[in-house]
Design a protein around this ligand. Structure first.
Ligand code: SF4
Length: 228
């Protein structure tokens, strides 16, 4: 498929967003989430643990944790020190354990122990921002309420010239305008796949990239890295 040019509010995108989506869908078959989980609470906890930690490490830690803690009440019964120990290898474990306990207390007090299904209710939970809420809403409930912008999505989006946003919030707003709502949930995993495969943080492997002839950050075209 040939690349086309498109514009939004006067800004010309060298690479059409819909073409990007089409190519990513052809190239990658990512799961709904790279984190392993069975229940909405599992996914919420795993997403919190994944902050500044790899999904692979979180997936090593959570099986034992999820066997022991199936409900918010189970987490609250676990002494803080024990919880810290069990998630130690995920980094920033003291603050993560503190937020998990605060979060579970709020779930018990306000939601009967269940994970709420709306963006508003989720983002009011301690330690839960839009990115985590988007991941939980799409992964656990199939709801397209936003686009989870992590470091890979942020980098790939800016390199491709799909947003000039300097913050995840701004980049998310731009992506939400560019892609049909029905696709929002899967954007995260598709962009992460590309960010891990060729458009990595350390090296742009543009020679192996399907967008090398059009991307405004392409090394093949002698372009500078727009993510910087
Ligand atoms: S051409 Fe290079 S910078 Fe652009 S998306 Fe591909 S790997 Fe990333």
């Amino acid at each position: 498929m040939s690349f086309e040019y498109s514009s939004y509010h006067g800004f010309v995108f060298p690479v059409d967003a819909i073409v990007v989506l089409h190519e990513f869908k052809k190239l990658y078959r990512p799961p709904k989430s790279f984190l392993h989980w069975r229940t909405p609470l599992d996914l919420l906890i795993a997403t919190i643990l994944s902050a500044r930690c790899t999904d692979a490490q979180v997936n090593r830690v959570t099986p034992a944790l999820f066997v022991r803690c199936r409900t918010a009440h189970d987490y609250l019964r676990m002494p803080r020190k024990e919880l810290e120990k069990s998630i130690h290898s995920c980094g920033t474990f003291r603050s993560k354990a503190k937020y998990i306990h605060m979060l579970c207390r709020t779930l018990e007090a306000k939601h009967g122990g269940a994970v709420p299904r709306t963006m508003e209710a989720l983002t009011q939970l301690p330690g839960v921002g839009r990115k985590t809420a988007c991941i939980v809403l799409y992964g656990a409930f199939g709801r397209n309420e936003g686009i989870a912008v992590d470091t890979h999505v942020f980098r790939v989006t800016r390199r491709l010239g799909l947003s000039r946003g300097k913050t995840p919030e701004r980049v998310e707003r731009d992506l939400m305008k560019l892609f049909p709502r029905g696709e929002w949930g899967r954007i995260n995993a598709l962009f992460i796949s590309h960010g891990r495969a060729v458009c990595t943080a350390r090296n742009r492997q543009c020679g192996q990239c399907v967008f090398r002839k059009k991307c405004p950050s392409s090394l093949e075209l002698g372009k500078r890295d727009l993510a910087k």
